[in-house]
Structures are given as structure tokens and as C-alpha cells.
Write a protein that binds this ligand. Structure first.
Ligand SMILES: NC(=O)C1=CN([C@@H]2O[C@H](COP(=O)(O)OP(=O)(O)OC[C@H]3O[C@@H](n4cnc5c(N)ncnc54)[C@H](OP(=O)(O)O)[C@@H]3O)[C@@H](O)[C@H]2O)C=CC1
Ligand SMILES: CC(C)(CO)C(=O)C(=O)O
Length: 326
């Protein structure tokens, strides 16, 4: 089974290193100094929880044509980086290739095989110009919710902080052979990869946090423990999450927990600087469209008012624009 991880930074590097260590036929697409370091010295993975520090030789390139058609292409780019590279991924895609979308936020394939009147609805916020829908075709897609936390701490070096679950799910909820095979390959590499019948429910529980905590942290520079317990920002997060809950429930999602438990879970993570705050600090583009604007778009699709989401989205968009990051 040939697996290519496209965008082997923090998450893709973690996954790629674990697969390579387990002897899987895995290749990585990356770029710049990180790629050069991996090609020269291998990929070093430091796992904080277990205290392991291992360097594995990897096959890595910035040119998909070097790697050829794959059984699975696992996309671990930032959400806004995917549409511009759809054409560059084409050499990886053969007749039976499955594309695994390991990207935070509302996935571009959300309305594929959902059934009902919204079947096939496209989302401009995450797939402008339908680049992914038309370029990959939604039938190739297997959904994935990424739970681990990782960072590229220097070129060629990924630090894994915690978590090893990559929940998988077919858009139609079936336990397909392609999902089970990938789940087994990831499990053989020491990762948890359950195949879920209702991945959209999990997408929303994760998205609840990213939708609210990430822009609030970028606007306030507060860490999770602070913004989830300060009465003012907790209230803003809660209002955004309740608006999102109304949208998701209109789309058939069932939340296994309530907003207060989700916010308490965020607080318990501790003094974490969200990825959006880290991106702002490092001068990198922020995932505003996938994490926040997509939920606003779904509010319009379902006819649900989103006054708090609209306000926070306007503020964080301008914050990013002023920093030259949007
Ligand atoms: N990191 C984390 O802890 C978590 C991340 N996620 C989600 O996972 C996804 C990936 O995040 P993360 O791993 O942090 O992101 P990273 O930026 O660390 O990884 C993406 C990698 O792809 C590279 N890249 C971008 N464009 C190209 C291109 N055209 N060709 C080749 N390589 C390219 C980037 O290079 P360059 O640096 O040069 O741009 C970078 O190395 C995001 O949606 C994120 O929200 C989810 C949970 C936790
Ligand atoms: C905020 C958190 C921990 C989850 O809600 C996250 O995923 C991020 O930093 O992007």
C-alpha cells in the first residue's frame, strides 16, 4: 500500500515519521528548508510523552511527479494551502487513489453523500472556485479529524506534544474497505484511527473549539486557560458555540456534550497558545476561512443567524489584514 503525506509539516511529519518507523511505504511532500533537512538527514521525531527521539530516513520531495500514483494521499496542509495545489497533486492520483482530508475546520466535502435537500452543496469559504470538488472529485474523499498536537521546531524536526488519534469516516458513514485498510495501517504505526459512522458529529465537537477559541486568542493574545475562564471571553466563546450548535443541529448533527463541558475541556488544556495565535505571531496566514467563515457560510445555508460569529469574524479578519496575513 503506497501512502503519500502531502504537506508533511507538524501533523503530516508526525504521521509520516510513525508510518516510516513502522515500515510502511510512505512518501512525504514538503518544501523549503524543512524538506532539505529531511532529505539530507532524515525526519527527526521527538515524542514528548514517551521521551523518545528518533530519526527516520524518509522519501521526500516537493514534486509529486517524483512519487507517482498512490493508494492514499493524506493531505495535512493548512486549509487555505490546499486549493492552490490541487493541480500539483494530480501526479499522485490514479484510478483507485483515496484522498484523506486531514485539515481542520469544515471540510470542503461536507455535503457529499449527506442526503437530503443540501446534497452536493459547495462551500466557497473552504473550496473557492470548487477547486477540490472538481479537481479531486468528492468520491475519492475519506474524512479525518486530527487530534494530535505537534510542531515543527526546526527544519527536519517535529515535536509531538500529545494525542495520537486520527478519526476516519466515509462521507456516507459506511465502514468501507478503503477506510478499514488505512485504519489498520495507521494502527500498525501506533496511531489510533477508528472508522466512525458519524464523522460529522466529531468534526463539529472539534470545530466548536477552533471556531471560538482560535480567533478569540488571536484577538486577545490570551492562552486557552485564560480565555476559557475569563467571564467576558468565556461568554463570547459560549455565544459563538451556541450559534454553531444551532447550525449543526439543523444539519442533523448530535452533540455528545454541551458547550460548558467543551469550554471546560479547553480550559483544562492549560496555557496553550492556539494555532491561530501562533500563526499570527509567526507572520503565517491564519486559518480564518476554514475555522470561522465556513461556519458563517453554513449559517447562511441553514438560515441561522450568527451575530456573534459575524462580529468575531469581522474583528479577526481585520486583525489578520492589518498584519498582512489575510
Ligand atoms: N499542529 C497541530 O498541532 C494541529 C494541526 N491541525 C491541523 O492540521 C493541518 C496541518 O497543520 P500543521 O501540520 O500544523 O501545519 P504545518 O504548516 O506545520 O504543515 C504544513 C506543511 O505543508 C507545507 N506546504 C505548504 N504548501 C506546500 C506546497 N505547495 N508544497 C509542499 N509543501 C507545502 C508547509 O510548508 P511551509 O511551512 O513552507 O508553509 C508545511 O511544512 C491544519 O489544518 C491544522 O489546523 C489539527 C490539529 C492539531
Ligand atoms: C484550540 C485548540 C487546542 C482546540 O480547540 C486547537 O486545536 C488549536 O490550537 O488550533
Amino acid at each position: 500500500m503506497k501512502i503519500c503525506v502531502f504537506g508533511a509539516g507538524a501533523i503530516g511529519g508526525y504521521m509520516g515519521a510513525k508510518l516510516a518507523q513502522a515500515g510502511a511505504k510512505v512518501s512525504l511532500v514538503a518544501r523549503g528548508p524543512h524538506l532539505a533537512a529531511m532529505q539530507e538527514k532524515g525526519l527527526r521525531l521527538i515524542e514528548e510523552e514517551s521521551g523518545t527521539d528518533v530519526t527516520v530516513p524518509v522519501t521526500a520531495s516537493d514534486n509529486a511527479a517524483d512519487l507517482g500514483p498512490q493508494d492514499y494521499v493524506i493531505v495535512t496542509l493548512k486549509a487555505h494551502s490546499v486549493p492552490p495545489v490541487v493541480d500539483k497533486m494530480k501526479p499522485l492520483i490514479g484510478e483507485g487513489t483515496t484522498i484523506v482530508s486531514g485539515v481542520n475546520g469544515v471540510p470542503w466535502w461536507y455535503f457529499h453523500k449527506i442526503g437530503g435537500p443540501l446534497e452536493g452543496t459547495r462551500l466557497a469559504s473552504v473550496d473557492p472556485g470548487d477547486a477540490q470538488w472538481n479537481g479531486f472529485g468528492p468520491d475519492r474523499v475519506l474524512g479525518c479529524v486530527v487530534y494530535p498536537a505537534a510542531e515543527v521546531i526546526e527544519p527536519g524536526v517535529v515535536k509531538h506534544i500529545e494525542g495520537n488519534r486520527f478519526s476516519l469516516g466515509e462521507p456516507d458513514g459506511s465502514k468501507s474497505e478503503r477506510a478499514v485498510r488505512l485504519s489498520e495501517a495507521l494502527a500498525a504505526a501506533g496511531l489510533k484511527a477508528p472508522v466512525r459512522p458519524k464523522l460529522r458529529d466529531e468534526i463539529w465537537v472539534k470545530l466548536w473549539g477552533n471556531l471560538s477559541f482560535n480567533p478569540i486568542s488571536a484577538l486577545t493574545h490570551a492562552t486557552l486557560d485564560v480565555l476559557c475562564t475569563d467571564p467576558g471571553t468565556r461568554g463570547v466563546a459560549r455565544a459563538m458555540m451556541l450559534e454553531a450548535q444551532q447550525i449543526a443541529e439543523a444539519l442533523g448533527v448530535k452533540f455528545p456534550i454541551d458547550v460548558d463541558r467543551r469550554i471546560d475541556g479547553g480550559a483544562a488544556v492549560g496555557a496553550h497558545r492556539t494555532s491561530m495565535l501562533q500563526d499570527l505571531d509567526m507572520g503565517r496566514p491564519m486559518e480564518i476561512d476554514a475555522l470561522v467563515r465556513s461556519v458563517q457560510e453554513l449559517g447562511r445555508v441553514t438560515g441561522t443567524p450568527t451575530p456573534t460569529i459575524d462580529t468575531v469574524l469581522a474583528l479577526v479578519t481585520l486583525r489578520a489584514r492589518v498584519a498582512g496575513l489575510y
